[in-house]
Design a protein around this ligand. Structure first.
Ligand code: ATP
Length: 365
């Protein structure tokens, strides 16, 4: 059981700052995702929490106790780098027993603990088998078992499914999440895969170039992005961005895009200048009548839905529609947007402007 609080955490490698100044809180029992593109500082953040990397400055509290300067061995955290890191010359039982035997635990207790963990993971039948003759899935379960057997306060996992093929990866993701739900141990999980983060996480921190772009529940991150980076990084296809110049008053509920008034959530702050109208593909409707118009450039059939790409006066838009909807390449159609789901961004800073849609969420950023 562990609640982890990070405040103003920073890491410099010489002149380079890998983590700028991160602050977030991981509740006890949460499955917590650190998400972002390669090099954004996810692994460095995880290693600092685990005690494998010393922060340049900042606080790390585990259950209220400051641990930032303490060695990993005093933090009671299991770090799962790569699920397949097992001792190949030992059988499954010995792999699971090893961390306990090296702690000096009496044999009888070790046997009982290994039996308990094997039951949780469903690997009782393979306890005497050598590692070399296990399937990928069983190896992965044993590797997890080796982390679980110590009963740590929390688990740190760095792209544990990264080396697996897509189908098996999906299967193990479900299994890992189900295991977490049974055990309830705080888990911090690094991934660059937005789908994995959305599917598995209770909360997500989205990182970019060493800074936190947004912190929140998967649905809030998807529906109410705090920045254009988040809106673009999460979702496939990503959010459409239409750039325009104008002004919005506090309380405004529409904007003019290329002379067409379009509904938006009620604005909570005034703004004047270059803005970006952000709308997700599934919130774009193709109609006969809409005043904002686009010409169909391409269609991609995806089974139940299709992605229709259109050229419009302010840029390219992708719409996700039912695959039965007819959209012929070259034809001009009307576009309607679900105004309640639109996010306006400040084009210069990339930050979302405050509106009814995202009120209360941006404060977490
Ligand atoms: P990836 O998924 O590619 O590992 P990441 O988001 O986990 O990406 P980090 O491994 O945390 O990124 O690295 C963040 C930045 O810090 C990168 O630019 C990396 O090159 C740099 N970095 C990491 N460790 C060191 C180190 N020991 N010395 C110098 N630079 C480092």
């Amino acid at each position: 059981m562990a609640e982890i609080t990070i405040r103003n955490l920073r890491k410099e490698f010489g002149d380079f700052t890998a983590v700028q100044s991160s602050s977030f809180k991981i509740e006890d029992g949460e499955f917590f995702m650190l998400l972002g593109p390669s090099g954004c500082g996810k692994t460095t953040t995880l290693r600092m929490i685990a005690g494998l990397e010393l922060p340049s400055s900042g606080e790390i509290k585990i259950d209220g106790e400051e641990v930032a300067q303490k060695p990993a061995s005093q933090r009671d955290i299991a770090f799962v780098f790569q699920m397949f890191a097992l001792y190949p010359h030992m059988n499954v039982r010995k792999n699971l027993s090893y961390p306990l035997v090296s702690q000096g635990m009496p044999r009888v207790q070790v046997r009982a603990k290994v039996a308990e963990v094997a039951k949780i993971l469903g690997i009782e039948a393979i306890l005497e088998k050598p590692i070399g003759c296990l399937s990928g899935g069983d190896r992965q379960r044993v590797a997890l078992g080796r982390a679980i057997v110590r009963n740590p306060k929390a688990f740190m996992m760095d792209e544990p499914l990264g080396a697996l093929d897509a189908e098996f990866r999906e299967h193990m993701a479900v299994e890992l999440r189900a295991l977490h739900d049974r055990m309830g141990a705080t888990t911090v999980y690094v991934t660059h895969d937005q789908l994995e983060a959305m599917r598995m996480g209770d909360k997500i921190v989205v990182m970019n170039r060493g800074t936190i772009e947004q912190f929140g529940k998967p649905q809030d991150i998807y529906d109410k992005p705090a920045t254009m980076f988040v809106a673009d990084f999460i979702g496939s296809p990503s959010m459409n961005f239409l750039r325009f110049h104008g002004n919005v008053e506090r309380g405004t509920t529409s904007v003019k895009l290329h002379h067409q008034p379009l509904a938006i959530p009620e604005m909570r702050e005034p703004f004047e200048g270059d803005m970006v109208f952000g709308v997700r593909p599934e919130h774009v409707r193709l109609t006969d009548s809409g005043g904002y118009r686009g010409q169909v450039k391409a269609t991609e059939y995806l089974g139940t839905t299709q992605i229709v790409t259109l050229n419009t006066a302010l840029g390219v838009i992708k719409a996700r529609t039912a695959s039965g909807q007819v959209a012929r390449v070259g034809e001009t159609v009307g576009l309607e947007f679900d105004g309640k789901t639109v996010t306006l961004f400040d084009n210069q800073t990339g930050r979302a402007l405050r509106s009814d849609l995202n009120e209360g969420v941006l404060a977490h950023g």
